[in-house]
Design a protein around this ligand. Sequence first.
Ligand SMILES: C[S@@+](CC[C@H](N)C(=O)[O-])C[C@H]1O[C@@H](n2cnc3c(N)ncnc32)[C@H](O)[C@@H]1O
Length: 278
Amino acid sequence: MLLGTAEFDYVRRLVQDRSGVVLDDTKGYLVESRLRPVMKRHGVRTLADLVGAIRRRNQDALATEVVEAMLTGETAFFRDGAPFEALRNHILPELTRAPRDRPLNIWCAASSSGQEPYSVAMLLVDHYPHLAGGHARIVATDLSSQALVRARSGIFSDIEIGRGVPRDVLGRHFERQDGQYRVAERVKNVVEFRQMNLLRDPPPLPALDLVLMRNVLVYFDGPSRAAVLQRAASMMAHGGYLLLGSSEGAVGDAGLEVVRHGRTRFYRRNSPAWRGAP
Ligand SMILES: C[S@@+](CC[C@H](N)C(=O)[O-])C[C@H]1O[C@@H](n2cnc3c(N)ncnc32)[C@H](O)[C@@H]1O
């Protein structure tokens, strides 16, 4: 059994140091199953050999591969439904009414394989075509280079489409390609994907009007969660909104006010100053 071994502790430390993701004692099985393909690719038979290879050869690329293998990229189009209803019916109308002399800045943090930012982009194209035409930008970021490759491709399987894409949306915003579905160019064009580590890097846009940071803080420990939230909050525009995952609660002292729309809780920044760069 892996738990309690020096190798498990090494992987656990590596993953937490680089990504913030905490692997507690219940995650031994996950480490074994997720690292098996990495070991196979590199021709090593045991976890001890894999850890030995990272240490001996000072293998940063291999360490990165191990960390990425341990990240959970679970996502879906229009995940949880209600937050997207609230975005469409309340948040986007409010944000678009406010006068501003710059594009509407939307940051989708921890965007995994892209379903979430593409869902927001489809809302814009359908309901705010003037924004989708250059007056809004969605920057979607993730730590995982593999997730970003998939996201940028905009190609999704039948199963991924089946998880959340309504039939009319499928007809409007996807094209069939080689037995899969490809997001239409006018939706793709609204989203820019960038690699970014929430633990280390500053938010990718100044004066954020809308931040989606869903289902990622849940993997971090308390201090990392607080630091990431604080940094994001400090870059939000006056009147900007933050949306977390449905099981992710308190934003502590990030200075944000809770605003509820139906079952969905948003966090709004009410102070005029944001402390980001212009
Ligand atoms: C469960 S997915 C959430 C996807 C999407 N936000 C959603 O709710 O459907 C979590 C994502 O967080 C990313 N992630 C984990 N640690 C990260 C970090 N330190 N910086 C940036 N992204 C990270 C993972 O690569 C993964 O794609």
